[in-house]
Design a protein around this ligand. Structure first.
Ligand code: PEP
Ligand code: MN
Length: 266
């Protein structure tokens, strides 16, 4: 398989080198204990980066909105202890100034892919951007969102396919495997797959994660929680530690068949 990405360095992790990177963690950072336990476990099992929402854009305004700035100290502490880089969603340009010291890459979420003023702000900073596909965005619109970042001078872009809304309601979204292969073919950017939001069902996540790797993805952004049933967001699509361990056991075998390997941290 051709790996023509321009690798992007995110802290101690290189995304798009040809090796497969796993970015794992909870949908939301909920507490020091929850984030520490998750980060420690996913690192032990081979993750090379941490994810965790701080500012959550929830459909229901009464749902948990994330710890926001309150979680900065938690993240700094855990990142230091575990020694992995961290990515989190930026929802408001006013937060960039403080959040830039906490994250190793800014995530632009599905709901904000079309937020061109946010993209313009992010285009002038020296930090990688994990650009998720809008759930109703065409491939072309996703690429044009990336162009906003490039136009402002930031080409440290990592694309992330996270599923799109279709007529199908049996799964939360329809994971667009075509988009993985097409993005690898037509862009120089590394491409991550998010099988958690792509399916919305924990039991489907490992299959779609493996399928994305087979389609050429550079890695995964995946939700893992110590106790998914009690998660404050997206528990139904989060893997518990045994399920994540099982996926981490299977993934190298699939990669091997494609002359690829799991990535290690620097
Ligand atoms: C997330 O990664 O937690 C998230 C909110 O994803 P998306 O923007 O793809 O819905
Ligand atoms: Mn989530």
């Amino acid at each position: 398989m051709k790996h023509n990405s321009k690798p992007v360095k995110v802290g101690s992790s290189i995304i798009g080198s040809g090796n497969f990177t796993i970015w794992a963690g909870p949908c939301s950072v909920e507490s020091l204990a929850q984030f520490r336990e998750t980060a420690t476990q996913v690192k032990k099992l081979g993750a090379t980066g941490l994810r965790g929402g701080l500012f959550k854009l929830r459909t229901d305004p009464t749902a948990f909105q994330g710890l926001g700035r309150e979680a900065y100290e938690i993240v700094q502490k855990v990142k230091h202890e575990v020694g992995l880089p961290f990515v989190s969603e930026i929802t408001d340009p006013r937060e960039i100034g403080d959040m830039i010291d906490v994250v190793d890459a800014f995530q632009v979420g599905s709901r904000n892919m079309h937020n061109y003023s946010l993209l313009k702000e992010l285009s002038s900073i020296d930090k990688p951007i994990l650009l998720k596909r809008g759930f109703s965005a065409t491939f072309k619109e996703w690429m044009l969102a990336a162009d906003y970042l490039i136009k402002g001078g930031n080409d440290q872009i990592i694309l992330c396919e996270r599923g799109i809304r279709t007529f199908e309601t049996a799964t939360r979204n329809t994971f667009d495997i075509n988009a993985i292969a097409l993005a690898k073919l037509e862009t120089p950017f590394p491409v991550l797959a998010d099988p958690s939001h792509g399916t919305g069902i924990a039991k489907l996540v490992p299959s779609i994660a493996l399928a994305a790797a087979a389609a050429g993805a550079d890695g995964l952004l995946i939700e893992v929680h110590p106790d998914p049933k009690h998660a404050l967001s997206d528990g139904y699509q989060s893997l518990d530690f045994p399920a994540f361990a099982a996926l981490m056991d299977r993934m190298p075998k699939l990669l091997h068949a494609m002359d690829r390997e799991m990535a290690a941290t620097l």
